[in-house]
Ligand binder design. Structure first.
Ligand SMILES: Nc1nc2c(ncn2[C@@H]2O[C@H](COP(=O)(O)OP(=O)(O)OP(=O)(O)O)[C@@H](O)[C@H]2O)c(=O)[nH]1
Ligand SMILES: [Mg+2]
Ligand SMILES: [Zn+2]
Length: 348
């Protein structure tokens, strides 16, 4: 009896919250619609999403007379999720407000599943993914490999930045050098940097010119600090020195786009702990390990799991040193996590 009573009450409460939400959304829509029809909004024009703040988006006007100015805009309900880097059609309203009426087609998008397993874009129209690692917090192969797989899967070239060179010491030097050797051997671009000593600045500028690049990686590796080093006049929030970087303080909370004066855009993104690849199938995963490619399809069994099967091409490539054990381990770990997600979905 008590149980039923409670769930009834819960249902009622949930319904009430939903009704409130719908009412609020309808009110805003009506308001926007009346502004639209009342002629209070400018004609349609092109814009660029530079940040996302809850319900509102920061849109940079791309056309005169307001080119370069930022407007806080609402989105018409019929447009699907918009992210930093999206090109939009919008109409300016009073007091730097506006309404986004359409999204332009995306050339590319970096996506990851959210905590509910739903695939969400992080940023759009990106030319380059900058995977930032640091001498501290200690880098993890698996996270770097996950980013590399994601880059390969969407076809956006990655570049690895090792920041905090000033924190390299006898305890971490060898491990970091191995890291560097491994990824350079795989053919990935690598930049050594330190925002403390300004090292790597010219190298970075050269790689970032005339491209849209997103900085990704764990919290506390110095993504925002690198942007601050490149754009000292911009208001970029950087983690407090007194805070323990090892814990990952999550200073940046939303993806934000900045312009390089010499041409090119930089997107800062919030640090993450885990990069889920649940949306990727096993074939795409195998293909995401570039050094596996020449060996794929050469196993004796078509359905080879590359574990202990006789005649496994990947196993023999590992034995001959063409495939590193750390990469093979990483691959198997990610593949296992894909299966975990399948089980999870079945249980839903
Ligand atoms: N020693 C040293 N510290 C650095 C360097 N670059 C950044 N830091 C420090 O590292 C901490 C984290 O820097 P952030 O730029 O906020 O890191 P982030 O990657 O943007 O972190 P999230 O926004 O949380 O994802 C700050 O205390 C910086 O001062 C560096 O080259 N050397
Ligand atoms: Mg940051
Ligand atoms: Zn095999």
């Amino acid at each position: 009896m008590a149980k039923r009573k409670l769930s009834k009450q819960q249902k009622w409460r949930i319904q009430k919250i939903q009704d409130e939400r719908t009412k609020r959304a309808t009110r805003k829509e009506t308001q926007l619609e009346s502004q639209l029809s009342g002629g209070e909004l400018s004609a349609e024009q092109e814009g660029l999403i530079i940040a996302h703040y809850g319900q509102q988006l920061a849109v940079e006007a791309l056309e005169p007379p307001h080119a370069g100015q930022i407007f806080r805009c609402y989105v018409r309900a019929n447009i699907d999720s918009l992210v930093t880097g999206d090109q939009v059609i919008w109409r300016a309203g009073p007091d730097n407000s506006g309404v986004i009426v359409a999204r332009q087609p995306r050339e590319s998008a970096l996506k990851r599943p959210d905590k509910f397993g739903q695939l969400k874009p992080i940023a759009a129209n990106i030319d380059q993914i900058l995977i930032v690692i640091a001498a501290e917090p200690e880098p993890h192969h698996n996270l770097v490999d996950r980013y590399l797989v994601a880059s390969e899967a969407v076809g956006i070239p990655p570049l690895i930045i090792l920041n905090k060179q000033d924190l390299i010491n006898d305890a971490n030097r060898d491990t970091l050098q191995q890291f560097k050797d491994q990824y350079q051997q795989l053919g990935y671009e690598w930049i050594d940097a330190s925002t403390n000593t300004q090292s790597g600045l010219d190298d970075l500028k050269r790689h970032l010119a005339h491209k849209t690049s997103i900085f990704v990686g764990q919290s506390g590796v110095g993504k925002s600090s690198l942007i601050k080093m490149l754009l000292p006049d911009e208001d970029v929030k950087v983690g407090d020195l007194s805070e323990n970087v090892r814990k990952g303080t999550h200073t940046t909370t939303t993806a934000k786009l900045f312009h390089l004066p010499s041409g090119g855009d930089l997107i800062d993104s919030p640090g993450i702990r885990e990069f889920g690849l649940w949306h990727i199938d096993e074939r795409t995963l195998e293909d995401g390990f570039v050094e596996f490619r020449p060996h794929l399809g050469h196993c004796r069994f078509r359905n080879c799991r590359h574990l202990q099967e006789p005649g496994c091409a990947l196993q023999s490539a590992q034995e001959s040193g063409e495939i590193l054990s750390s990469r093979m381990e990483s691959f198997l770990r990610i593949r296992e996590s894909l299966q975990e997600q399948d089980i999870h979905e079945e249980n839903l």
